[in-house]
Design a protein around this ligand. Sequence first.
Ligand code: HEM
Length: 569
Amino acid sequence: MNIPDIITLIAIMIVGGYLLQNRIFCQHQKLSDIVKGLPCRSWVFGNIIAFRTELDFGALLGWHDTYGAAYTVRGCLGETRLVISDPAAFKFFFQNPYKFSRPPLDTLSSDLINGSGAVFSEIGPSHRRLRGVMDLAFRKYASSFQEGTDAVIQQWIDQCQQNGRGEQGTINVQQALGKFALTESMHAVLGDTPESDSKKHTAQKMWIEYSSNILSELISKPTKRALIIERLAEALLPKTLLRIMLHLPEERLKRLHRFSKLNADFVNEIVVNYESKQLGCSAEDDSDTTTSPKNNGSSTSIFSAMVRINEGLSKSQNKLTLRQIASQVPSMLIAGQDTVGNSLSWALYELASHPDWQERVREEIIAHARFSGEAECPQAFFRNEGLDGLPCLNAHIKETLRFYPGVPMVNRITLEDVVFPLAEPILSADGKSKVTQILVQKGTRVHFNLAAYNKTRSIWGEDAGSFNPWRWLPTQRLSESEQGPVRVSTGLGPYANLSSFIGGARVCVGWRLSILLMQTFLTRCLAKFRFKLVENVGIRPIVTFTIFPALDNDEDSPSPSLPLGIEML
Ligand code: HEM
């Protein structure tokens, strides 16, 4: 521990000792008297080490199987947290998003990563105002993402040919997919990519370099010391002092600040580019349609659509400033990178794991391409309606997002006392009665376990714990053994009853874009390649803020990796 850390720690311990005892202990006794919890051996660390630093996908789902759709975990120094995956509680959360905020340190680091004023940190009316403009812009945007997909396909063909094995090879698909997700999100949000014009967009280019895996690296497993400091600081310090804490000389924090500076440059560049084009003072920018106010017709980018929608608002609707709009760009790009990249990786992994199913999806794509005359008019095939009309492809995407939700858990603190209703009552902590609702006091941390909700047996069937795309195709299944249709609709979330994009006012703004990206990538890719598992290479899911594939034998600090055998068709 370095000296500034020790000073901080001692100061907050002295100031807060008394408060801590009372505030934390009271809250803990009430919640854990009602709701069962993971066994806890240490008052100092609770079970938070297992929960935050040793968490694996199996444990996240296993605890749900053992304790049900609501259970408690102990944080540091007696804190009690609620982990919940009940459909009625989720509905309550989605309908009342502003009764919750992100935990203070998460909000402050998100401000550094995404830039201040980003949609992630806003709450109440200012969040609603931002989302009004963003949601409309995303709805108006339509693109096929064909070019980006074809670039990845070409890269994989070249790699196969370079390694001397002709029409097949082993390729680590993970890295290319993360980059694909980022460049395609950038294409959608800003209308071009840095590669399309090397002279401009210096900050954009640096941002891309630096942002790669930024969330996985920065919000990865905390140390024990960090957990204690985080707990004390959040319980006792006002936000201004927390902000100062983020300047402690620690390597991760330094990286966070460097990224934050780059973010600010990136946002400035977007504003300056836009303003200079508006004044018509830059002749060399004429070709760039990205942020041009001249595009009053169709939307060439989500950013330009946001600008136009905002301009169309009346004065009383409280318009956003150009900087407020530009400040949303980094968060949209960061939010889409690992989520879409990892979802595509898992989609390919599951296709490789189920060769017969892979053939079935491919046959459907090829038949549909022929039927819609793809050779003469590729655009016709790749219009949204075309892609939505492929049942097996879409079943695969739904099952991938169900099984590996891009964000497995969403974390919040209650801003007031709330009562979560439960659709499926749980047994009380003393085992004597049924609990149908849970009172949670203000200031309690709640982990919404999206991964566990997506495996609820009463919704997805008894085989909810298995990857089975047939559940989405009950009328097409081949035999009874392939059954497992979705049983009930909980009416949750924007897509397929899944919680993967959450729901309500904070629903993922990029959910339609993500589906379109996945549909486009998978259709084109499956028409070109057959994917196979690599012999003797085990893959396991690693949970950070997202779920990425890593090599089974990469135990100490697993990094994202997915080697797959690919064969050109
Ligand atoms: C498979 C892909 C994706 C998944 C599973 C996913 C999932 C989520 C989830 C669970 C949240 C809620 C997080 C929270 O409130 O703590 C969220 C929020 C958000 N997502 Fe996505 N996301 C995906 C792709 C994208 C893409 C492609 C974009 C943009 C291009 C995007 C932009 C956002 C933004 C801006 C928010 C914050 C919304 C708000 O707070 O109002 N996401 N996403």
